[in-house]
Design a protein around this ligand. Sequence first.
Ligand code: NIG
Ligand code: FE
Length: 414
Amino acid sequence: MATLLIRNIGLLVQAEKRPRPVVSGAEMAKLPVLPHAFLLAENDRIAAFGPMERCPERADTVLDATGRMVFPSWCDSHTHLVFAAPRDEEFVDRIRGLSYEEIARRGGGILNSARRLRQMSEDALLEGAWQRLCEVIAQGTGAIEIKSGYGLSVESELKMLRVIRRLKAISPIPIKATFLGAHAVPEEYRSRRHDYIDLIIHQMLPRVAEERLAEYCDVFCDRGFFTPQETERILQAAWQYGLKPKIHANELANSGGVQVGVANGALSVDHLECVGAEEIALLRDSPTLPVLLPVCAFFLGIPYAPARQMLDAGLPVVLASDYNPGSAPSGRMAFVVSLACIQMKMLPEEAINAATLNGARAIELEADYGSIAVGKKANLFITRPMTSLAQIPYFFGTDPIETVILNGRVWKQP
Ligand code: NIG
Ligand code: FE
């Protein structure tokens, strides 16, 4: 048995005696912490933690975390990590005044990414995605979700999902895969969108299910993309194949996405920049989780989701990166936490809960990830020297992470 001991931890964060599945509303302002602590991992799991007075004498590997904090790894429940190329020309077009929706209407945006992905080999896509996965792991992510949605044809959607499957096989962190065939209507179906939805339902979904390529099914339910009625058809078909919905909703308009997500038992509805009291009330009465993606609002210059109102309504707010080439070209979860605090007025404790335990819940990994608890996987990070929790969002330009530990071992960038 391999053991790893971290001694003299200044502050052990999100350390739970009794693990909770999720934290909601007012509870989110509380974060269980332990000052002057130790943590012991045996093989890949957390075996013990507590005050330094009870620290074990030895272990195979001993790390000293004097003046530092230890966190459970971030759980990033919404990314588009597999893509062919950046879209920095569109970034410059937006600086010059075009909007995200105008670029999409001209055949840019998601369709631009689809054109490029279709031309790229599975191996080349895997190489790029692997580099980005290593990048976010170095930035503290210890569990992640990845979507398809830049293929938009049977073969290319399957290609993307196979890339995710190959990533799963080599990844040191768990990956959940989401099928997002309904990300945009591809060019060749522009005048017959119904046929594209039929293609998703009758050709793509059966293949995805047959090859067990995804756990979840997503639809971009928003103005200019898919309507609530179209979304419902796709989600109901997805359920038939055992794929739970996890959808993009209410980014560009109050589109009815929250209603259709809740009505169809979505695990989460993600984005929510455009929601009102009605949508918040609906979420309060359902198990569907609200996932907020503040980097997208930051990068596109659109309004932020009303996180405070959601917290005041008692919702279990989740934060994720949305890492993608169009609206959020960054998977750095510490920056997501900074934006949540600076722009959405979440307290550091609330933002950290949202990016760890609640993030794990949004990909159904809360039994093994998202907090420091005995028996959970030892995926965690040691910060640089820091004296308070608030310094994580406060030093928004500094990477707070010094050492990454995955499966009970120190992780080194390959
Ligand atoms: O979550 N909104 C839809 N999908 C992505 C953006 C995709 C893209 O622009 O490539 C998002 O923001
Ligand atoms: Fe997204």
